[in-house]
Design a protein around this ligand. Structure first.
Ligand SMILES: NC(=O)c1ccc[n+]([C@@H]2O[C@H](COP(=O)([O-])OP(=O)(O)OC[C@H]3O[C@@H](n4cnc5c(N)ncnc54)[C@H](OP(=O)(O)O)[C@@H]3O)[C@@H](O)[C@H]2O)c1
Length: 306
């Protein structure tokens, strides 16, 4: 089948397009700039400039599936009000451009499914019990951003397209910017507890992030929110212990919460916010995790480092 991936040049997109083309699918990625990050065997790159229409719209017309990963990075420092606007606009403009392209197609010619990225930030602070997909959502900046992004994507349901909203936890992979950032204090020998250390950290190995996108693509019964998160959320203290062990570094340092807030301001939520996520729908639908345990995922991603 033909699969179009918007934002397919990034961490998840690169791994996903490799898996799709290895499985024999025709893969087209929509990118703002063609370059080394967009080229891989069996994959075609087409430029786009959302929200503007262009030749890329023709690629949607005969696709069986559209995957939307496009969005400016949440991790870049600092979150000025201008940067926050870019985080929102990049996601909403790309998604609404895709929805407009789907709307313009005749009913029988639309792709059967839209897989849209989102984040488990929607559950921030909802941590008394592990959050499944039906847990009430939060109201933080990131939660609102994800929910608005999801609402834009969900417009495709009205067009007869199956929509899956892949609420993704921090991805663990060798090349993941997230892992580089959280590992840095350990390399500088100041890794360990952050704030109370009781906040929950949810994560997913890149192999399972890709696995769950493929699972959502193939499983017709799945629609709506889908937690892309390993069944092993940890307290930050327990996460720090596992990270220190994988990096062969001490992890006994304590960074007080006030210091993180002073340095990162609103962005401190990435280190101090609590996300206790459970992949309820994926497990109920029979998905088997390739790396369900944190130690395994970290060891695999950090092998050779240290
Ligand atoms: N990785 C994670 O831990 C994680 C966790 C939760 C949610 N997610 C979400 O899942 C999606 C994919 O994640 P990822 O890690 O693969 O992200 P990524 O590596 O940052 O890639 C995102 C892609 O979005 C495109 N993009 C960047 N800025 C854009 C802008 N201003 N307008 C339109 N497109 C833009 C880029 O493609 P081009 O430069 O080729 O246009 C980029 O390759 C992201 O939207 C991310 O927020 C990721």
């Amino acid at each position: 089948m033909k699969v179009v991936i918007a934002g397919g040049s990034g961490l998840i997109g690169t791994a996903l397009r490799r898996a799709l083309s290895a499985a024999g699918h025709e893969v087209v990625i929509l990118t703002r700039t063609e370059g080394p990050a967009t080229s891989s065997p069996g994959v075609r790159a087409v430029t786009w400039d959302p929200p503007h229409r262009g030749d890329w719209v023709g690629e949607i017309a005969d696709a069986a599936a559209v995957i939307n990963l496009a969005g400016a990075s949440i991790g870049h420092w600092p979150w000025t009000s201008r940067r926050k606007q870019v985080l929102r606009d990049s996601r909403l403009a790309a998604t609404s451009a895709l929805i407009e392209a789907l709307t313009a197609l005749p009913e029988g010619a639309r792709p059967g499914v839209l897989l849209n990225a989102s984040g488990t930030d929607v559950y921030e602070g909802r941590d008394e019990t592990p959050a499944g997909e039906d847990t009430p959502t939060a109201r933080s900046f990131l939660a609102r951003l994800c929910l608005d992004w999801e609402a834009e994507a969900a417009r495709a349901e009205g067009l007869g397209v199956r929509v899956v909203l892949l609420r993704t936890s921090s991805v663990i992979a060798r090349d993941a910017p997230y892992l580089r950032v959280v590992s840095l204090p350990y390399r500088l020998l100041v890794g360990g507890r952050i704030g109370s250390g009781r906040q929950w950290v949810s994560w997913v190995d890149l192999a399972d992030a890709v696995g769950l996108y493929l699972f959502a693509l193939e499983t017709e019964s799945i629609d709506g929110p889908l937690n892309v998160s390993a069944p092993d959320p940890r307290s930050q203290v327990a996460y720090a212990r596992a990270l220190a062990a994988a990096l062969h570094r001490p992890g006994r340092f304590w960074t007080p919460g006030w210091m993180v807030r002073l340095l990162l301001r609103d962005q401190a939520t990435l280190a101090l916010g609590s996300r206790r996520v459970w992949p309820a729908k994926a497990l109920a639908a029979g998905y088997v995790f390739q790396r369900p345990r944190l130690e395994e995922a970290l060891e695999s991603a950090l092998k050779g480092f240290g």
